[in-house]
Ligand binder design. Structure first.
Ligand SMILES: Nc1ncnc2c1ncn2[C@@H]1O[C@H](COP(=O)(O)OP(=O)(O)OP(=O)(O)O)[C@@H](O)[C@H]1O
Ligand SMILES: [Mg+2]
Length: 567
């Protein structure tokens, strides 16, 4: 089969048959399937998966599915007609029913295993078998690979029912977490941050599951009640869903010589990663060792860029372990995330996460994941010691590249051509001491104010006289560093292109998923509009509702300012 059989995309895709014509499993077929898997894909009990890169598994449809939303932006990019989202066939497939899909789509999907490390420490006891062979996609089932306009996309149902990796879990995602993931992926894309994308969201009208959550008005750190929530399936899309944790699983098996083909399986998944994500950066005609070095450099480049974007927009991935770190260098797993509102350098919304995954520690967390990535490549380089040493050097170079990216990003946020370390340190100290909103502050700063009063919209409390004085000095200092030769309006415009006006404010999203649980999706659609144009000036109504400080009552509110269970 040709690798990319279809490059001409119909301008409008109306039926599932048209989508079926675009499916292409040729790369997946290069991988090893779990030899113990059933041929039917009816594989729903937790079990050990000892080898193979994926397990065929049928998603479990949600009962009585109802369309909630689809991404208008992404549909347009794919050339899909908007009417497609509400067709019977589309709703069936993306609510988990693949019993009657047209060829060449397959009547089963697939799930993959991965390893767990917590901040670089390898864990093998987290699965029911205490071997690490039962950990992986417990509720994420891929159903389709398609090549559209030369871009390969994998479509994955999150909450698509149990897989062999479910570890006794129900395989479901609740509407709350699905709404969050659905909305934020497209928000991140609009913010210019590499990310998995959202295709669509369906909710069950009858099926509910229980999850620990927070009672109304609770200020508890951890959930204080159990709530019943409708189940939902959101479909996310990416060039691949390969994670650092996946390479790590195969590298562990190679290191431990778990089975005769362990090293070969590692090599295959690494080559697969190159093919899926790094075709432009890695020359596949080179020897394996050379390809691996190019891959490591390219991933380092992408990962450091990603973190600098996260910092730019105030995003915190509260659980940035290797199993939540996409090997393609984009954001993945929008459960434990949050966006900083009142600035705190060590902001961490996910109560299970700890300070090492907090806002300003994300560079260090990424470094730990990159270290695991390099460690996972090592077994393939044992016969080429020079390459092993070069890999080590690439790994050691992480910090300096991260620093360069970070400096460049902060300079751009401040409208400066070069980063000024002293100015930056003073700013962070002042921001932390003054109780200031991260997004509003940088957006207002983009107007290049002369006086601190022009930034008042971003302050939760009026600064005292001492702080006021320091802010004045800082502003003068900053303005003196702005390029005098450049038109100030141009600098302002450039700043507005990196400093968004609209950001994710959890307290504005909570009502959207609450109302959705009683069948009203209007707020979800409104948020879709607002969050996919974060740099634009929107209507006065939108501005007064969405461009504002977090109200006092939401500080420390359970389920709003902090949350534990994200599923
Ligand atoms: N309800 C569930 N049923 C089965 N497995 C689950 C469930 N919730 C989470 N898991 C699995 O537990 C692990 C840790 O969960 P985590 O919250 O990181 O992932 P997630 O949000 O499901 O997925 P992803 O990382 O794919 O976005 C994952 O391997 C996930 O598949
Ligand atoms: Mg995860």
């Amino acid at each position: 089969m040709a690798k990319h059989p279809i490059t001409d995309v119909p301008t409008s895709v109306y039926t599932l048959d048209d989508l079926a014509k675009l499916t292409d499993y040729s790369l997946l077929d290069n991988l090893n399937c779990d030899p113990d898997a059933t041929e039917t894909g009816d594989d729903y009990q937790p079990r050990q998966v000892f080898s193979g890169h994926y397990v065929p598994v049928k998603p479990t449809p949600i009962a009585s599915p109802l369309y909630v939303a689809h991404s208008h932006t992404f549909f347009a990019e794919l050339g899909f007609d908007h009417n497609l989202a509400q067709t019977h066939d589309f709703a069936r497939l993306f609510s988990g029913d693949i019993s009657d899909i047209p060829a060449p789509m397959r009547p089963y999907g697939w799930a993959t295993g991965y390893a767990l490390s917590i901040y670089g420490t390898e864990y093998i006891h987290q699965c029911p078998f205490r071997t690490g062979n039962g950990y992986g996609d417990g509720r994420a089932v891929s159903v389709l690979e398609t090549v559209i306009n030369g871009n390969r996309w994998e479509m994955q149902l999150k909450g698509g029912g149990p897989t062999p990796y479910c570890r006794g879990g129900d395989g479901r995602a609740v509407l709350r977490s699905s709404v969050r993931e659905f909305l934020v992926q497209e928000h991140m894309y609009a913010l210019g941050v590499p990310t998995s994308r959202s295709l669509c969201l369906f909710v069950s009208q009858t099926e509910q599951v229980n999850r620990p959550w927070y009672s109304e008005g609770s200020y508890s750190t951890n959930p204080d009640i159990t709530v019943s929530n409708p189940v939902a399936i959101s479909t996310r899309v990416a060039p691949s869903f390969l994670r650092v944790g996946q390479l790590e699983l195969f590298a562990r098996r190679a290191r431990f010589n778990s089975h005769p083909e362990a090293l070969q399986e590692l090599e295959k998944i690494v080559l697969h990663l190159i093919e899926r994500e790094y075709q432009n950066e890695v020359n596949h005609e080179l020897a394996l060792a050379e390809q691996i070095l190019q891959l490591a450099s390219a991933f380092r480049e992408r990962l450091t860029t990603l973190i600098s974007h996260w910092m730019r927009v105030g995003y915190c991935q509260g659980n940035f372990n290797s199993d939540n770190c996409a090997a393609g260098g984009y954001t993945l797993d929008y459960g434990p995330f949050g966006f900083v509102e009142r600035f705190e350098p060590y902001f961490q919304p996910w109560t299970g996460g700890g300070q090492h995954f907090s806002f300003f520690n994300q560079g260090a967390a990424a470094k730990t994941n990159f270290d695991m990535f390099c460690k996972s490549l090592q077994p393939l380089l044992t016969s080429t010691p020079e390459a092993l040493e070069e890999l080590n050097q690439i790994n050691l170079g992480f910090d300096s590249i991260m620093q360069q990216k970070m400096d460049k990003m902060w300079a751009a946020k401040l409208g400066l051509e070069t980063f000024n370390s002293e100015l930056f340190k003073q700013l962070i100290r002042l921001m932390a001491q003054s109780s200031v909103d991260f997004t509003i502050f940088f957006r207002e700063l983009s107007n290049i104010p002369e006086d601190i009063s022009e930034l008042s919209k971003s302050f939760y409390e009026t600064p005292n006289d001492v702080l006021n004085e320091q802010w004045l000095l800082w502003l003068q200092n900053w303005r003196s560093l702005i390029n005098a030769d450049e038109d100030i309006n141009k600098i302002s415009q450039k700043m507005q292109q990196v400093n968004p006006k609209y950001t994710w404010r959890e307290w504005l999203v909570v009502p959207a998923y609450q109302q959705a649980s009683v069948g009203d999706f209007a707020l979800i659609h409104e948020l879709q509009q607002v969050l996919t144009q974060p740099f634009e000036l929107q209507s006065p109504e939108v501005e007064s509702k969405y461009d504002r400080l977090k109200p006092k009552e939401f500080f420390a509110a359970g389920g709003v300012s902090q949350y534990s269970c994200s599923s």
